[in-house]
Write a protein that binds this ligand. Structure first.
Ligand code: ZN
Length: 469
């Protein structure tokens, strides 16, 4: 049940008074809890801004006009909010979708059986007129490897049983590396059952990796309903599918990360990084992935900019370009700021949707959790004050995490129950975002950023990660 805003602010005031009594060191910063947390809840600024980004600009795949417009928009809004903003160049992949259709051609049916498909990012197009080939159903990359050359000349259908959000990690490689593995063995195309927890015959796209040494084959996601149809048909006998994709990869295109800062008043060289990715897939508005994260970060910076005193440390917002199909923005940021990494005292990326805040994951050990935990007390009012040791991190932070002296990574754990209902599909639209939940997650991120910028000490660092994600 939603909490009335006035009651929330009263709770925050009481919590901050209690905290001041208990902890004189933290007295000052906690006084800002009503302005930061209450401000995020009562202003509704994140939702208003998300509507600008989604309804006003729309899809923002790297290299597209939408991505360019989003960069201009974010730069302007950050400046209006009082942040120092600049653009950092990055060359991004430019893949475009064309016509796309697929149909069962064998067994012959009285009426046609069109399939609801959408090309995977990075896919090659088919030759004009499309391809027709027998379908072979597989369930894992191990099964593919065991079959080897038997997939030559065939369209591989990767089938799986994803039903809840947690399953994504188990099956995502079927989409990301399955098409390349199948291409190496001579397959002529790939269909991947959508990685989705709900479907109204809506296919969910995503990146398929490519390798310059292997000719890229056409790859498409097929709706879960049609993946089941194909499974039923295959259980009765051979199935052939016609696939036609007009997608192609254009030359790399110049683009930018948007970087905005509130300069620290006492330790300006120490940086708290707040990230999100400005690009989205092309099928929809990208409201949940990652428009929500973008506006959480922007609104957090705006709330901190409007406090009577600036943060002690610098708070830097980075809207990364190209998370979805290349992480070029993240790689460019890590390279450009390599010498400065040791001055990043913490990094937090918002790329987990718009769901309600639940708790925090921090990757630099129990001592770091013990330092940060008392600062999260005002978030008890939103039931998201608990910090646990964990290694969750937004994708755009991986390049930073590979560097010596990588900063501690904090992540807000949000309710992700319905995240994969719409993820990477045409259904990722503004109406899927609950304004109250978005405001609460914004409040949590703004408060965490403030705390990291104010705490007397910095968190211990996690040490170098052994392997890239
Ligand atoms: Zn994302």
């Amino acid at each position: 049940m939603p909490r009335p805003t006035s009651a929330l602010v009263a709770t925050l005031l009481f919590a901050s008074m209690e905290a001041r009594a208990a902890n004189s060191v933290a007295a000052d910063p906690l006084q800002q809890a009503p302005a930061i947390i209450g401000g995020a809840i009562s202003d509704g600024g994140a939702m208003k801004r998300l509507a600008e980004l989604t309804d006003g600009i729309g899809p923002r795949l790297s290299g597209s006009a939408g991505a360019a417009a989003a960069i201009t928009w974010a730069e302007k809004r950050f400046r209006e909010d009082g942040a120092a903003v600049h653009l950092e160049p990055v060359l991004v992949p430019h893949w475009v979708r064309g016509t796309e259709k697929a149909e069962v051609v064998s067994p012959a049916t009285v009426a046609p059986l069109p399939l609801s498909i959408t090309a995977l990012g990075g896919s090659a197009g088919t030759p004009p007129g499309g391809i027709t080939a027998p379908l072979i159903e597989l369930h894992s990359l191990d099964e593919l490897a065991a079959l080897g050359e038997k997939v030559r000349g065939k369209i591989v259908l990767f089938q799986h049983t994803m039903s809840v959000a947690h399953d994504y990690g188990e099956f995502a490689s079927l989409r990301s590396t399955g098409p390349l593995a199948a291409a190496r063995l001579g397959a002529v195309g790939v269909l991947v059952r959508s990685l989705a927890t709900a479907s109204l015959r809506s296919p969910h796209t995503g990146l398929m990796k490519t390798d310059p040494s292997v000719a890229t084959i056409p790859g498409a996601a097929v709706s879960t309903e049609d993946a089941q149809l194909l499974h039923r048909l295959l259980s009765q006998g051979p199935v052939s599918v016609h696939l036609e994709l007009g997608c192609k990869t254009l030359p790399d295109t110049p683009s930018f990360n948007v970087v905005a800062e509130l300069r620290g008043s006492e330790k300006p060289e120490e940086i708290v990084l707040l990230g999100a990715h400005l690009d989205s897939w092309d099928l929809a508005q990208g409201a949940v992935d990652d428009g929500a994260g973008v506006v959480m970060v922007m609104e957090a910076l705006r709330l901190l900019a409007h406090l009577p005193t600036p943060p002690r440390r610098t708070v830097r917002a980075v809207l990364f370009m190209n998370e979805e199909n290349g992480i070029r923005g993240a790689l460019a940021y890590a390279k450009a700021h390599e010498d400065e990494v040791k001055h990043h005292v913490a990094a937090l990326e918002c790329d987990s949707g718009a769901g309600a805040p639940q708790s925090w994951s921090l990757n630099s050990g129990a001592a770091a959790v013990a330092l940060l935990q008392p600062w999260m007390q005002p978030l008890e009012a939103l039931s998201c004050s608990t910090v646990v040791v964990g290694d969750r991190a937004g994708t755009d932070l991986y390049p930073l995490q590979q560097l010596p002296d990588a900063p501690p990574v904090l992540e807000l754990i949000q309710d992700g129950t319905h995240y994969f209902d719409v993820h990477h599909s045409a259904a990722d639209t503004l109406d899927k975002v609950n304004p109250r939940e978005l405001a609460e997650s914004t409040a949590a991120v703004a408060w965490a950023a403030w705390s990291l910028a104010q705490m007397p000490e910095t968190l211990p660092r996690p040490g170098v990660k052994a392997a890239a994600h």
